[in-house]
Write a protein that binds this ligand. Structure first.
Ligand code: TA6
Length: 299
């Protein structure tokens, strides 16, 4: 067993939490509830898979994804913090998805579920950020609940940051999918700088590259997928932004770690606080971003 696995072995729970060496030799935590399974890489606290027993995976993972220190995993649920998007002085979508987190806790739940909690070693964050603590709790039953908690531990500095759970969902064929729940919500179209728009469609369809930040959005969003015969439900709290992204053909071809045709099998519906919804945490305060993913058969 690798040194890393040995270090975290004490968190294993037979039949519920099992550690193994995953892709790229990275440490992977396998979670099993009575009705579903999930896997998390300590690298980036990256949930790389979620699947209900006997059903198709809920999360998409690129067959070309990298699994290496310092590189993002392309698929699953990237944890985006302390900034969203590109910056001159740092990597796309922040720091915490590029390095290993620590396991803090694991528990088998009375309802046949299982929970693990991870922490990010914030001493590795550059000095310009106020001191803070970050933890991430993943709870698996027949659904998957994620909670990213940030505490400002500085005595006198407020902490401005963005956070986002950048979820890649697996779909049968993106051109046959509709995204419901955002009608009437204002959004920033990142492909068109002509200003704020308002979503006019009750059911958003995807037939080209889409990259939108819906603001002041607390709605439940559903991904309706006739090909896979299911509705995926995205419920959230502590989040004012919903991002919808599909790279379509041209962007897919530009991405090294993403197959040219994979855009047809995924859509990102991301939950966080980005852009105009970024957060400012007062000294001693805590913020929690929580997302619950579930699915049901289409009637
Ligand atoms: O959330 C949408 C987006 O910001 C796109 O503009 C694209 O850059 C994408 O994220 C990159 O995804 P990644 O998997 O690298 O986080």
């Amino acid at each position: 067993m690798s040194v890393d696995l040995e270090k975290w072995k004490r968190f294993e729970i037979p039949g519920r939490v099992v550690l193994s060496e995953g892709n790229g030799g990275l440490t992977k935590v396998l979670m099993h509830s009575d009705s579903a399974s999930a896997e998390i890489y300590l690298h980036g606290a990256h949930v790389a898979g979620f699947q209900k027993n006997g059903e198709a995976p809920i999360l998409f993972m690129s067959a070309s994804s990298r699994f290496e220190e310092g590189q993002p995993i392309r698929g699953g649920i990237p944890v985006i913090f302390p900034w969203f998007g590109a910056r001159e002085d740092g990597p796309l979508h922040g720091l915490v998805r590029l390095s290993p987190w620590h396991l803090l806790e694991s528990a088998a739940l009375a309802d046949g579920g299982v929970r693990v909690r991870l922490g990010f070693p914030t001493d590795s964050v550059p000095g310009q950020w106020p001191s803070h603590e970050v933890s991430y709790e993943v709870t698996l039953t027949d659904r998957l609940t994620l909670e990213l908690t940030v505490t400002n531990t500085s005595a006198d500095k407020s902490f401005e940051f963005e956070n986002c759970l950048h979820t890649y969902f697996a779909v049968g064929d993106v051109s046959g999918v509709s995204i419901q729940g955002l009608e009437g919500v204002s959004y920033i179209d990142r492909l068109d700088s002509s200003g704020l728009k308002i979503e006019k469609d009750e059911a958003i369809r995807i037939g080209s590259e889409v990259d939108r930040i819906y603001i002041n959005s607390k709605e439940v969003v559903e991904i309706v997928d006739p090909m896979l015969g299911r509705r995926i439900r995205v419920e959230k709290s502590g989040s004012a932004s919903t991002v919808v992204w599909n790279p379509w053909i041209n962007k897919s071809r530009q991405l090294q770690d993403f197959g040219d045709e994979e855009y047809g099998k995924m859509v990102c519906v991301e939950s966080g606080n980005v852009g105009p919804n970024k957060l400012s945490l007062q000294p001693g305060a805590t913020s929690a971003l929580s997302v619950t993913l579930s699915s049901r058969r289409m009637e």
